[in-house]
Design a protein around this ligand. Structure first.
Ligand code: ADP
Length: 264
């Protein structure tokens, strides 16, 4: 584990700043307590931890869907007060419009922003090709596999040109093999597009494969347990000694939180 920020991360501009954020819901559940975090521009951060540690709540706050009961979230120095097209969100459920084709789904954001037809077509074709769906543009969601639907969802998010991409267990509903393929694609796309990505997962292997920083969260109430900088080069190999050693450490940290919950 390396808790010293990498030089590149230290030098990078702060994109997202989470300042003393707490969240207590109306039912009295405190999902997050005094969370502080800074995410560098173009970084890939995974929020990792067992169910119920507040990962989705924190992501929802960055998206602007959830307002904290204390503290604030700043993006580019400005407090987040609601959703914005500059912060794209991809959920676990594909959330595609079933009556629109793949390209129709990807074009939807640009259409809403009144982009000229030819321009939004070419943009949508470009992003569908980027996610490996060239040739499938005219298919409807019911004609696509789970992995393909999630590729459309990712292309749709990118077509809005967000500077921040927020992903809530986007591969959680996919089979293991498809999931690994999409993880590889995600890294490739991130290297090309250089967005600031925040990715929620409870999979240790997924977080180690993807992220340059892993925020391990603690439960009851949700806080940050440790931030781990992953200095392994891409593409990462799950069988490499460095990967395995880090995986063991992270497993231990997460295990402590799972044990606290008294389950499994
Ligand atoms: P995670 O994403 O890590 O599984 P969540 O952010 O979904 O965790 O939830 C954190 C805690 O907050 C859980 O105990 C959950 O039951 C609670 N919670 C989440 N959303 C709400 C809500 N809208 N109302 C009440 N409690 C909620």
């Amino acid at each position: 584990m390396n808790q010293v920020p990498r030089n590149i991360a230290a030098a990078a501009r702060t994109k997202i700043r989470i300042e003393g954020v707490s969240m207590t819901f109306d039912n009295g559940v405190t999902a997050l307590e005094r969370v502080n975090l800074e995410l560098a521009e173009n970084s890939f951060t995974c929020l990792l931890g067992p169910s119920g540690c507040g990962k989705s709540t924190l992501l929802g706050m960055i998206a602007g869907f959830v307002q904290p009961t204390a503290g604030r979230v700043l993006v580019d120095g400005a407090p987040v007060s609601g959703a914005s097209a500059d912060r794209g969100v991809v959920f676990q459920e594909y959330a595609l419009f079933p009556w629109r084709t793949a390209i129709g789904n990807v074009e939807f954001g640009p259409l809403m922003r009144r982009q000229p037809r030819a321009q939004r077509r070419s943009l949508a074709l470009d992003y569908l090709a980027l996610v490996g769906l060239a040739g499938h543009e005219s298919k409807y969601p019911f004609e696509l596999s789970g992995g393909m639907k999630q590729r459309v969802a990712i292309a749709r998010a990118f077509a809005n040109s967000p500077s921040v991409l927020l992903m809530d267990e986007p591969f959680g509903a996919l089979d293991a093999q498809t999931r690994e393929i999409l993880q590889g694609e995600m890294v490739r796309i991130w290297q090309r597009e250089r967005k600031t990505i925040v990715f929620v997962t409870h999979s240790i292997s997924e977080s180690l494969f993807l992220a340059d920083r892993i925020v391990v969260m603690a439960t009851k109430p949700g806080t940050i347990k440790t931030v781990i900088d992953v200095d392994l080069p891409h593409p990462r190999e799950r069988t490499e000694p460095g990967f395995i050693a880090l995986e063991r450490e992270v497993k231990h940290l997460v295990r402590e939180e799972v044990d606290k919950l008294g389950v499994m």
